[in-house]
Design a protein around this ligand. Sequence first.
Ligand code: ASP
Ligand code: MG
Length: 434
Amino acid sequence: MKFGGTSVGSPQRMKSVVELIADGEQNLVVLSAMSGTTNSLLEIADYLYKQNQEGANACITKLEDKYRQHIDQLYTTDEYRNQTWQLLHSIFDYIRSFTKGDFAAREEKIIVAQGEILSTNMMTNYLLEQGYNAVLLPALEFMRTNQDGEPDLKYIQEHASKQLALYPDKQIYITQGFICLDAEGEISNLQRGGSDYTASLLGGALSASEIQIWTDIDGMHNNDPRFVENTTPVSHLHFDEAAELAYFGAKILHPTCIQPAKYANVPVKLLNTMDPTAPGTVISNMVEHRKIKAVAAKDNIVAINITSSRMLLAYGFLRKVFEIFENYKTSIDMICTSEVGVSVSIDDKTNLLPILNELKKLGVVEVDDNMCIICVVGDLDWRNVGFESVAAEALKDVPVRMISYGGSNHNISFLVSAHDKKRALESLSKYLFW
Ligand code: ASP
Ligand code: MG
C-alpha cells in the first residue's frame, strides 16, 4: 500500500491512513514525505549550493516548526510526543550540519532523503502509540540501484525478504518510498514522484497479492478532469494501456511504476483515501476486448518535419535523422513517414537548436511549436474495425498535424495545436464515452 504526500500531509490525514492500513491483513506500507517537504528540502539544498547559510537555516527552522506542530497534534501521550520530537529534532540537526562544510550532489541527496525518513518515523511511532503491531523497515537496507542507475531487482528481492523475515509476526510494515542507495552505496533516490516506483518494485519483488496506490481521486479517469466535465473512473486497464496513459499525462500514477508490476504479474489498484470503498481502477495483464478506455494529453510538444527528395527510394535516411536525436539524447514520441518526408515529435527542447542545425543538412526542415499529443487508449488491435475511425471522426473539426496508429495494439495518437486541446478532448469524450 502506497500513500503519497497529501495522504500523509497532516495529522488528520495520517490518522485516516491508519484506518486503511490496519485492515487485519499483513500490509507493507510505502510512504512519501509529507506534501511540500521534498520541495522544502530541495530549497534548502539550493541555498547551500549558493552558499547562503542564512537562507538554508531559515528554511530548516520553518520546516522544523511545521513538524513540531504536527507532532503536537498527532500523538495523544507525552511519552510518544517527546520521543518522536527528540528523533525528529536530531534529524533536523543532521540537516543543519550540512550548512557547515562542502556541499555537492551527494549532500543534496542525503538532505532530500530526510523527508521520507521523517514521515515514516512519525507514522510508525503513531501506530505503536495506538497499540498496533507495527515496525519500520529502513528502505536503505533493501532499495538499491545498479551501475546503470536502474533498480537492482535481485538485490531488492533478496534484502527486502530478509528484512521482512526479521519480523514475521508483525501486522504492519512501514517503509520509505523514493529513497535508495546507488551502486556505490551512497544515498540516492528514484527521482521525483518515485514512491510509486518503490511500491511497485517491492510489490513485484515480494510477490504481493496486489499493489495499492492510494491518492485523492477515485482511480484513473477516462479523460482529463481539468479540461473535460463528467469524466468517470476507468474500472480496468491493461498494464500497457496504463503505461500509455501515465506517460501521456494522467498524473495519478508515475509511468515507471507499471513495468515491475507487469513483469511480476501483480495487479495494481488505484484507490481513493477520501472514498476508500470506491472501486477505483485495477491495472492487470487482462485485456478487455473491443473497448476504448481513456483519452489523455501531453503538452509542450514540438513537431519537426524533414522533407527531402533524397529520401525517395533511398535507404538509411531515417537512420540519419534518428541518429541526430540520439546524439543529443532527445527521445522521440511520435513518428509519421511518407516517401519523401518524416515528421517527429519531441517534448524535450533542451537541444532543439543544434538538432535543427544538423537536420538542415538532410533536407528542408519545418517546426511547429506549442503542440499537444492527444492519445486514445484501449483495445486498438488493427483487426478490430471502427475504433480508429470514431476517434478520427471526433476530431473532424480540429486541424490534426500528425496521426500515429499501429505502433502498439493499445493506442492511437493525434498531434494537434495546444489551442485545440480542450475542444479535442471534449469531442473525444462525447464520441467515445457519452
Ligand atoms: N517525496 C518525493 C517527491 O516529492 C517522492 C514522492 O512523493 O513520490 O517527489
Ligand atoms: Mg508524490
